[in-house]
Design a protein around this ligand. Sequence first.
Ligand code: HXC
Length: 257
Amino acid sequence: MPFECIVTETRGHVGLIRLDRPKALNALSDALLTELGEALDAFEADAAIGCIVLTGSDKAFAAGADIKEMAKLDFLTAYMGDFAQRIDRVARCRKPLVAAVSGYALGGGCELAMSCDFILAADSARFGQPEITLGIMPGMGGTQRLARLVGRSKAMDMVLTGRMMDAAEAERAGLVSRIFPADSLLEETLKIAEKIADLSLPIAMMAKETVNRAEEVSLAEGLRFERRLFHAMFATEDQKEGMAAFIEKRAPHFSGR
Ligand code: HXC
C-alpha cells in the first residue's frame, strides 16, 4: 500500500505497521492518523492476519500529536473536526494489536500506545504526557487510560508535571508488560505476535473483547460476559482441536473456525 506517513508489511501472519515521519519524530498528523486507520482496516479485513504490531523508530514511537497542526486550531475547528476521536479507530481494532515502543512515546504517542492491547518497550523507551507544558491536557484518552493503567497518583504526577517515565518505571507501574534491549525489541515483538497469530483468531478476539470489558462494567457483569463467551467457545472447531491436540500430545492446528 502506498502510504506517506507509515510503512506496512506482512511478516507471516503478522501485520506490521511502522510510523514513519522521522523528521517530526512520528508526530501524529491528520494524514498519519488517516493512513493508520486505513492500514488497520486492511489488516483487519485480511483473514490471513492474526495479530498486528504497531511500532515507530528507534528514536521515537511518536512524540505526540502534531503541534504545528494543532497550533492553528480554534475552538470550533477543534470541536467540529474532533481530531482527538481518531484514536478510537485504534482502540476499536478487534484483532490483537501490540505496541512496540522505542524512544519517545509522548502525549498522543503515549495515548496511541495505550490504545493498543499491550505495550512491549525497549530499554530506551520514555513515556510522558507533556501536554500541560503546551497549555493543554491529554485529549486522546491520556487522563483516562493512564489513570486506569498506573493508578491515580502516578497519572496525576505525569499529567500535572509533564515529566517522562523511563522503561523500568513504566514496567513497574504496569504501563508496559515487558522490556527488551532496544536492538532486539522488534524481533522479540514479532516472535510474540507470531505466537498469538498461530492461536485461534476468533478465540483471541473474544479473549481481547472480554478483558476490555473489565474496564467498562461491574465485576458481576464482566464475569457474566466472560461466562457467556467461555461457553460459546465450545461451539468452535478450534476448542475441539486445541484439546484433542493436548490429549494426543501434538501441536494444535487452529483453523479459525
Ligand atoms: C510536531 C514535532 C513534535 C510534535 C517533535 N517534533 N515533536 N513536530 N509535533 N509533537 C519535531 C521538532 O519540531 C523538530 O522539527 C523535530 O521533530 C525533532 O525534534 P527536536 O525537538 O529537535 O528533537 P529533540 O531535541 O531530540 O527532542 C525530542 C523531544 C521534543 C523531547 C521529543 O521533540 C519534544 O519535546 N517534542 C514535543 C513533545 C510533546 O510535547 N508532545 C505532546 C504533544 S501534544 P524541526 O523542524 O525543528 O527539525 C499532544 C496532544 C494529544 O500530543 C491530544 C490531541 C488531541
